[in-house]
Ligand binder design. Structure first.
Ligand SMILES: O=c1[nH]c(=O)c2[nH]c(=O)[nH]c2[nH]1
Length: 296
């Protein structure tokens, strides 16, 4: 029976890096979590421990720090493209790279209207993300966001589902709909104003969540992805992962009180997990762009 080494990659996960732009007294900061993975002619290290083509993960980490000093980081997509292309063009035997970056948001502490020059508070749990794949001379950019928590206090129903002997869920014409959006969208090319596109895709998806009268979180998912694709020709597909953050009506009848959709128990687990891909019919799949991306 033959045994061989299958697909593999290796790199440094979660390089936490914060940079301070001190070029004026009004500082700005970038707060990133960067993961690098390299692929290529790596059979030998697995088969015999020969490290001749293994650029150490420690060197990969140092490259992230050095690149952050040599040139302003800029948008996370540009930083990831620079890093990925560097590894593929300079490391012998390496022909592919995946750079994952999550960006944490900070806002200025509001002092005297304009915000403090060098004091910040963490904006929220939300992260902006990118996953850049370099495959030979091809580059794929998949950007997105994580943990954007949203809630509708009405405009959501759930009924008409099959009932069997284990069904206890009551049908509802008016429930709370809440989720923490994780979305990733694949760009068709790299000639993009990343910051502008990010803000616009995010706003479009939020608007679709708000304005869709939802009969199921699945329907909201599709409407969010569809709206993003319709408004952004630079996108090929959108993948969404939406935990249904259930809000259950509390039974107040033991206290002789009615609960007119006002008092809820916010459960944290278990949760429904609704996931899906919304795509243009006329673009080709790009499996490499998604290979080993968390969540999908
Ligand atoms: O929007 C929903 N989709 C489901 O598939 C589902 N299942 C469930 O129990 N509640 C809900 N809500």
């Amino acid at each position: 029976m033959g045994i061989s080494m299958g697909p593999n990659q290796y790199g440094k996960a979660e390089v936490r890096i914060v940079t301070v732009d001190r070029s004026t007294p009004r500082h700005s900061i970038k707060d990133l979590n960067v993961s690098t993975s390299l692929r290529g002619d790596l059979d030998e290290v697995h088969l015999s421990g020969d490290n001749a083509k293994v650029l150490p993960t420690d060197t990969q980490k140092n490259t992230v720090y050095a690149f952050a000093k040599q040139q302003p980081i800029g948008e996370i997509e540009d930083f990831a493209l620079r890093l990925g292309r560097h590894f593929v063009s300079s490391a012998e035997g390496i022909n592919g790279a995946r750079i994952l970056i999550d960006e944490y948001g900070w806002q200025r502490i509001p002092v005297e209207g304009t915000g403090h020059d060098h004091s910040f508070s963490r904006a929220s749990d939300e992260k902006r993300t990118t996953a850049v794949t370099i495959d030979g001379d091809q580059a794929h950019v998949v950007s997105g966001l994580k943990d954007l928590v949203v809630l509708k206090s009405t405009g959501s129903e759930f009924w008409g589902y099959p009932k069997d002997r284990y069904t206890t869920l009551p049908e509802t014409n008016d429930r709370i709909l809440a989720t923490a959006v994780t979305a990733r969208w694949r760009y068709l090319h790299t000639d993009v104003d990343w910051a502008k596109s990010f803000e616009s895709v995010r706003a479009t998806m939020l608007e679709a969540f708000a304005t869709t009268h939802s009969l199921a979180l699945q329907q909201s998912l599709y409407e969010m992805g569809k709206a993003a694709l319709e408004a952004h020709p630079e996108l090929a597909e959108v993948r969404l992962s939406l935990p249904n953050k259930h809000h259950f009506l509390v039974d107040l009848s033991p206290f002789g009180l009615e609960n007119d959709n006002e008092v809820f128990f916010a459960a944290d687990r278990p949760y429904g997990l609704i996931e899906g891909v919304v795509r243009r019919d006329d673009v080709e799949d790009a499996p490499m762009a998604w290979y080993s991306t968390a969540e999908f």
